[in-house]
Write a protein that binds this ligand. Sequence first.
Ligand code: KIV
Length: 277
Amino acid sequence: MEKRKLTVPEMLERKQRGPKLRMITAYDYPTALMVDRSPIELILVGDSLGMAVLGYAGTVPVTMEDMLHHLRAVVRGAPNTFVIGDMPFGSYNEGPAQAIRNANRMLKAGADAVKLEGGMVVAPTVKAMVDGGIPVVGHIGLTPQTATMLGGFKVQGKDLASARRLLEDALALEEAGAFMLILECVPAPLARLITSKLRIPTIGIGAGPHCDGQVLVFHDLVGLFDRFVPKFVKQYAFLQKEISRALAEYAREVEEGVFPGPEHSFSINEEVLKELE
Ligand code: KIV
């Protein structure tokens, strides 16, 4: 069957009836093409591109211009997949007016929705965005843009007070009008509880199997990024190894004169060549 972009009401329906939702990050046109040809329903153009493709140590340096550049490439490659644009650090922390202005830029670049990090504190901003007609995905738990304040890249919600706060954050975002919520690095039983308390679907990353869907970073899933591999990542391929092998073989064949062979070269009429010589 031909793939068709999922609608927001269909995503809400999937929470009730399944099957689980599948999301993956993508940052460029060829990856978007591959995802578009797969059964995966959702693409997140995540600010994780700061680490995965721009070589930063974290997500804070990523700008709106970086995000829009990558978002446009992904949108061109994935016409049949729901694309979520991630709002980078500094694009919404001044409040609703700034958030709406930057979210509008993402929607005009082709995003179907935007995502931002934070719980109760950003709920009024989320409400203003939704009231303005912007579909918003929330993101709580480990929120990489503010990881320093969370004490680093650590599992969140392990004690009663922080678990209760995460549940309240989730409810506040749903109340504000978010249509989906990403739970990052929270204990699986807490993710199950939050999922059961919400009408909107939860998408987990390091949040166990009970969420309504899962998301992984593309470069982690295919083994393209091995600066560190978090516990929650499953590598379904080891492309870095394969690409390194291909590069070494190319280098050797050029050095030895094996590449390019006759099958990779163009010929010319002998008469023309003789005349020229
Ligand atoms: O930027 C990103 O890729 C994300 C996911 C890890 C959820 O926010």
